[in-house]
Design a protein around this ligand. Sequence first.
Ligand code: GLN
Length: 547
Amino acid sequence: MAKHIFVTGGVVSSLGKGLTCASIGMLLEHRGLRVRLQKFDPYINVDPGTMSPYQHGEVYVLDDGAETDLDLGHYERFTDAPLTRDCNYTTGKIYLSVINKEREGRHYEGRTVQVIPHVTDEIKAAVRRLAGDDVDVVITEIGGTVGDIESLPFLEAIRQFALDVGRANCLYIHLTLVPYLKAAGELKTKPTQHSVGALRQIGIQPDLLICRTEHPISAEDKDKIALFCNVERTAVIEERDKEFSIYEVPISLVNNGLDEILVKRLGLKTNPLDISDWRAMVNRVLHPDTEVTIAVVGKYMKHRDAYKSVFESLDHAGIANRARVVVRRVEAEEVDRRGAAGLLSGVDGILVPGGFGMRGIEGKIEAIRYARTRGIPFFGICLGMQCAAVEFARSVLGFEDANSTEFAQATHHPVISLMEDQSTIRQRGGTMRLGAWPCVLSPSSLARQAYGVDEIRERHRHRYEFNNAYREAFVADGFIPTGLSPDGSLVEIMEIPDHPWFLAVQFHPEFKSKPIKSHPLFRDFIAAALKHREGSRTEVEARPAAG
Ligand code: GLN
């Protein structure tokens, strides 16, 4: 029978609960256990797909097309646990299911439908759904902060869960903040005491506290936390802020004894921990041989998490190339306003990520023109590919008003347009082309070289597509589709062979990259950028000194 770990958060939000859960999963897997991870989000949207990146950050897409919370990205980057739409539930999704059952009229047999037991039963069923015969540990992260009104049904459900499967099969971890008060010159444990107090009031006694802190927690403070929070002294685990890389988190948790106490408390028989591969990777992060600068030109640059997986994937590609990737975040609108040269000069590669809506489009197109005409490695993702097609159509094919019909319905040259099946859709949620789709690669393309196989599967999240009416014109002038759906109808990858490295994809490769195994396209993009950097250096050295 699977064991369960429930992770709650206290004191403040943004403590890195997702990262901590991912780290726990990674450590258990490196002890040979089969792990599943899931997240409960207390908001009412059925999924984050309809939310603005400003509200929510990135929407993380799974193979099965589920649009999920970005913490699932951490889960996938840290572990090999398979993720499906059963791995992310919101209040909205739980209620939708309860209400649908009520409307069907069979399930509740005429009873009054209530939060307890019907909503909590639905939540518990979602936990149980992951606990198959082939699973040793299910890790369930409860979003939000203890004390929020909206997370109460989830907390009540995980309290009840221990009654169903036995307390010994459940472990409650509370992630909390131990702030440092500069004026007093000390760490403060009171917020943690209060937060655990709030949990105990609703019937959950945490077994383990993971304490986020900027400074080391003294033995004395640990004693105090243990006493007031009613946990064992060894169960107070310090998680110090990591300055350089999030991938150091699991190592620091091991150094603080977390994996030992987890397996002991849950009575799990495991292999000894072997994280040598992870340590080697972190070592590469901390000691790169070289550096490369990549401009990411997007629309939500000010929001830290809007392109989370893109930034992570660039880091992974840096690890694979033993280089530190310095990202220059460029607001697309600024490029439109101030011109590309000032903002993009000196970069070794340019990446235009996905996005929605008109704002910033012209700046992205301008940045792509800069990359194309100067031989700077370019990587376009989803909207980035669509903008590359528009740029090429305008500059090379001479279609001056070329555009995507997302931005200009009346354009004479809709090089990007809606497919028939999308044009009739009225409801917004979950209706894009979503999830993993197969793609066949052309021999001798950059993509084929990178992947090393003929057919791939990558994740999508978009409505608009390359318009096949323009395929011949593009090919004739050298912007070539090098990845197609198996029936040939959808353009998934485009390349300009007559350029050092110009590759654009309709899918989202950033959802399939790991620190230990960089995505091949990101890896080769960074390799091309490093080559470009070498080239431009030699050029500078060869240039005669002024005067
Ligand atoms: N807005 C574009 C579309 O819907 C691109 C989407 C994206 O970049 N994810 O097709």
